[in-house]
Write a new protein. Structure first.
Length: 528
């Protein structure tokens, strides 16, 4: 029982850390919608009451760097101003699927046709679903009152207060509901339970993934890496589509919010419609999108992040739990957690100690001197704010792509350092260090491809092949190191023989990775 509870807690904490940056972005966007665009501007921003609102909401969702938890405060604000349920659905499902960063990353993981096809299929699903749900759900358009409230620096303060109250309020509670799905999966699914569940040509693979995906919470970048592993191991493309739409686009909090906002019957219709549409598209693309030349590996580690991280027979210790939890938490997650903790503290203050004063401050209207003032207290129309926000999203996405995917010469230097750590750890027998640096080197190889492509607008087949070979050798090295660690734990003569065999294989892979590294540098070196 302690292994089950500890495994569930580890998965929940890892999910909470991964969600913190995009949750902060979602609350900031919701604050801008409420206090800058206002009800009328928000409705226009998402396409109004026309059918155009469905693809427009899908497009806006594709530009925002949020996850299925980060969309919660945004869809709550959309519901408050009276946006049609179909548009809310289109945004809620599509926003977590892709953003410019994950889309670029995904293009290096599989054929571009697959990722683009998945994106267009998601548009088809959310459009059809929005039309159906609008016809089966009763809703009222908002009365769209006139713009009001504070302006200038006061409005910035109100946005900060709103974010803190949301985190220590409905959005924070719904976040815990979403994370509970990861805890549940960590408790129910044993270690490695999904390694052979979605094999290529298995007619049940899309259905099995669709049933498991609803409690899953995953960020867009994590899902893209999982899709890449699925295609590299010859898993089912239909199952990959189910993971993307149902695992990344939806979580338990989304379903709970829909039930509380529109009723349990509309929620059941929404879930069934989404499930059937996704499953139909999954089976439609399953055979046509099978990558040529990829032999099924028989297993995949892509879904180990959703199962219990500990084996039932493994001894459990506090240090092991801490190390396992921190293994998948990056520096951006730590920064997000720190900022979220500060926002949460202010939320406690603003909701419990000064809630009356905050309410009065939020509803205050600018006096005549403020309305005519200039500088920081200038009154800005919602139309101008909406235009700037939309243009800012595009600009931010472009800048983020170039910041997240550095220039090839910078990436090659980082890869050199990571490759040194991998090879030295393998040579010295420090296998834990090797296992730590292998995924880092793997990720840098993908950033190398994207960084080169967005700067030179090309990626030659030879460059792709060298990056692919490096990742393939790293995967083989990872398996060999894991087997060596397992053999070392056996204090038997057979264990010693197995350990020596794995050491010999590790030496061979070291030499191959070293040679491949030199070829990769030559392939991406700037032409003089």
């Amino acid at each position: 029982m302690d292994v089950l509870i500890a495994g569930g807690m580890v998965r929940a904490l890892q999910g909470l850390a991964a969600a913190s940056p995009t949750l902060l972005v979602g609350m900031l966007v919701a604050a801008v919608l409420r206090y800058y665009l206002g009800p009328q501007g928000t409705v226009r921003f998402f396409g109004g009451d026309s059918l155009r609102s469905l693809p427009q909401s899908w497009l806006i969702g594709m530009l925002l760097p949020v996850c299925s938890i980060g969309v919660i405060p945004i869809i709550r604000e959309m519901k408050r101003v009276g946006i049609r349920p179909g548009a809310i659905t289109a945004f809620a499902v599509s926003a977590p699927l892709f953003n410019p960063l994950s889309l670029m990353y995904g293009l290096t993981l599989s054929r571009p046709l697959v990722i683009i096809g998945f994106a267009l299929a998601s548009l088809l699903v959310v459009t059809a679903m929005g039309i159906i749900w609008d016809r089966t759900t009763s809703w009222q358009s908002g009365d769209h009152p006139r713009e009001g409230g504070p302006i200038g620096l006061k409005r910035l303060g109100v946005c900060a207060i709103f974010m803190s109250r949301e985190l220590y309020g409905p959005t924070g509670g719904l976040t815990l509901v979403a994370i509970a799905g990861l805890f549940l999966l960590g408790v129910v699914l044993p270690h490695g339970a999904l390694q052979s569940s979605v094999e290529q040509l298995d007619p049940w693979a899309p259905l099995k993934m669709a049933l498991v995906a609803f409690p899953i919470y995953a960020t867009p970048m994590l899902t893209m890496s999982q899709l890449g592993m699925m295609f590299a191991h010859g898993n089912s493309p239909g199952a990959a589509f189910c993971l993307l739409l149902l695992g990344t686009g939806v979580n338990l909090a989304t379903i709970w919010w829909i039930a509380r906002s529109y009723g349990w019957k509309p929620m059941a219709i929404w879930c069934m419609t989404l499930f059937l549409l996704v499953l139909a598209c999954a089976y439609a693309v399953d055979r046509p999108l099978i990558p040529p030349g990829i032999e099924p590996a028989g297993h995949t580690h892509a879904f180990d992040i959703y199962t219990n991280p500990f084996q039932q027979s493994s001894p459990l210790s506090f240090s092991l739990v801490v190390d396992t939890t921190l293994k998948s938490i990056g520096w951006a997650d730590f920064i997000g957690l720190g900022i979220a903790a500060i926002v949460l503290v202010f939320g406690v203050v603003f909701r419990t100690m000064v809630s009356v004063r905050v309410a009065a401050f939020e509803t205050s209207t600018p006096d005549s001197s403020q309305a005519t003032a200039t500088g920081l207290n200038r009154h800005v129309s919602s139309r101008l704010v909406g235009t700037i926000c939309l243009g800012g999203l595009v600009a931010f996405s472009i800048v983020s792509c170039y910041a997240y995917y550095p220039a090839p010469n910078e990436v090659l230097e980082e890869m050199r350092l990571a490759r040194t750590e991998v090879l030295s750890g393998a040579a010295s027998g420090d296998f834990k260090r090797t296992l730590h640096w292998i995924p880092i080197l793997d990720e840098w190889s993908r950033k190398l491809e994207v960084g080169h492509a967005i700067r030179y607008f090309q990626l030659r087949p030879y460059q792709q092949m060298q990056a692919f070979l490096l990742r393939k050798k790293l995967e083989l090295l990872e398996h060999a190191v894991e087997h060596a660690l397992e053999a070392a734990s056996k204090d038997t003569e057979l264990g010693k023989i197995q350990l020596e065999e794995e050491r010999q294989e590790i030496k061979v892979l070291q030499a191959e990775i070293s040679k491949n590294g030199r070829r990769l540098i030559d392939a991406f070196a700037p032409v003089k």
